[in-house]
Design a protein around this ligand. Structure first.
Ligand SMILES: [Zn+2]
Length: 475
């Protein structure tokens, strides 16, 4: 089995992945700034993180993922004031909308979604520690990080920091603000702005400090993976490294992964700053199913390549999902009970040979373990679908092979999560479980066992619990 390999922005190499703690991955993903509905381009990054999470899970890891919600920031404060609302009142609607959008795209939930406004104490403590160690200075009641005290600054973005103007500073923390100078940790209160009374004075935290404080609170001072979009590399992630490592004297993160931009059809980066703004909701309103959007953003290009967002891309995704759904129907056992007859040879994608699911399963897994190459994995899947369809038409696919193909498709769908399996399978499973229970009641254990084997052949594992039988799909 090939090991899992991931591209690390720090080394610019594809590296073999090893978690700090065996079997457990701790990962931090920069979340949305909740001042508006999230832009479709943000979801390319969130879907890349969903892909990463699912591949880690499929490779047997337990995952603890943290995604922050940036709910204190210049635009939020400004807009909340315009609406005569507190920060919480203003952001509530957009936080709710964000989770609805995640669900629409079937993005698996992280374990923690900490909000900046609920971690002011942790941020103040971290700034205090940086001050104790001589990494900060105060100017006009705001506290700044002095980049000159952190010689490794620039390592992640591979920037030549010598050219950065020393002593200059910036107190704007707009998401994606591109300024190479000292950055603000704590901003002094401005009139009319919501603020917090702390030993640092009356004010509010800068954007960068929140991710250092919240990641280390939930994941420890050193953890495995930190992700974001490429526009986070500088200055945001560079600043996170400086703040965290200057405070702890420990390596902050082992693997930095970044997703490329989503572009519009003419190749311009799609963002709120440009006119081509469109939210996930806009795209759904144009009649596209969230599953097609999910598939398009995940498979349209490798996560490190730019992807052009277009109607053609979404139409191609719709077509691909339709073909996969049709294939799922063609290989499913018929509800009349004509499925494979059991016996000792239980097909599984691992055991299926040649024309069955075995070869494609290895190709699929290897492609994903090669820096999450989902476009390549999907290519292998469609080669298999084409070959297997030909065999179905020729009538040369044995029931065991069909079951193995179905198991392969379920395995692929653990990552894709777009295929609708025919309800007939579930109905058939329930019918067989009922028949097996009846057989057990009349002590016909041979028949009960036979049915268990038949279910296994369909890729269904049965567990007898004290509350009765439970079933699950085995990939
Ligand atoms: Zn962040």
């Amino acid at each position: 089995m090939t090991p899992l390999r991931l591209h690390n922005t720090m080394s610019l190499q594809v590296e073999e992945f090893h978690s700090l703690e065996p079997g457990h991955v701790r990962m931090y993903t920069c979340g949305p700034t909740v001042h508006d509905f999230a832009h479709i381009g943000n979801f390319r990054t969130f879907l890349f993180e969903d892909l990463l999470r699912r591949v880690l899970l499929q490779n047997g890891y337990r995952v603890t993922q943290v995604m922050n919600l940036t709910d204190v920031e210049d635009r939020i404060i400004k807009k909340a004031a315009e609406h005569g609302q507190t920060i919480d009142e203003f952001t509530e609607k957009y936080i709710e909308a964000f989770f609805e959008d995640l669900d629409a795209l079937r993005i698996q939930r992280a374990e923690h979604y900490p909000r900046a406004t609920q971690h002011i104490f942790e941020m103040v403590s971290l700034i205090d520690l940086l001050t104790e160690k001589g990494h900060t200075y105060v100017s006009d009641d705001s506290t700044y990080f002095r980049i000159a005290t952190f010689p490794r600054y620039g390592a992640l973005s591979h920037l030549d920091v010598k050219g950065l103007k020393a002593g200059a500073r910036v107190d704007v923390d707009d998401y994606g603000k591109d300024d190479p100078r000292d950055f603000v940790l704590w901003k002094a209160r401005k009139p009319e702005e919501q603020s917090w009374e702390t030993p640092l004075g009356s004010g509010r935290p800068g954007w960068h400090i929140e991710c250092s404080a919240m990641s280390m609170k939930y994941l420890g001072e050193s953890f495995d993976i930190h992700t974001g979009g490429v526009d986070n590399i500088f200055p945001h992630h560079e600043n996170e490294i400086a703040q965290s490592e200057a405070a702890t004297d420990k390596p902050f993160v082992r693997y930095w992964l970044h997703a490329q931009h989503l572009q519009d059809a003419v190749g311009e980066k799609m963002s709120k700053r440009l006119k081509n703004f469109s939210t996930l909701r806009d795209v759904i309103e144009q009649g596209y199913h969230p599953r097609a959007i999910r598939y398009a953003l995940m498979t349209g290009a490798h996560y490190r390549s730019p992807l052009a967002f277009s109607a053609e891309l979404l139409k191609a995704a719709e077509g691909a999902i339709k073909r996969l759904n049709e294939f799922a129907v063609r290989i499913s056992p018929s509800p009349s009970g004509g499925g494979p007859g059991g016996g000792s040879d239980i097909p599984s994608p691992q055991r299926g040979q040649g024309q069955g699911g075995g070869r494609v399963l290895h190709l699929w897994d290897d492609a994903l373990r090669d820096d999450l190459n989902l476009p390549a994995a999907v290519g292998h899947l469609f080669d298999f679908v084409r070959e297997f369809n030909a065999r179905l038409e020729a009538g040369t696919a044995a029931p065991e092979e069909r079951a193995a193909a179905a198991a392969m498709l379920r395995h692929a769908n653990e990552i894709l999560d777009v295929i609708e399996f025919p309800q007939a399978i579930d109905a058939e499973v329930e019918r067989l479980i009922g028949e097996r229970e009846a057989a057990r009641k009349r002590r016909d254990f041979a028949r009960a066992d036979e049915i268990r084997q038949q279910l296994l052949a369909m890729g269904i594992q049965l567990d007898d619990t004290k509350d009765g039988p439970r079933w699950k799909r085995v990939p």
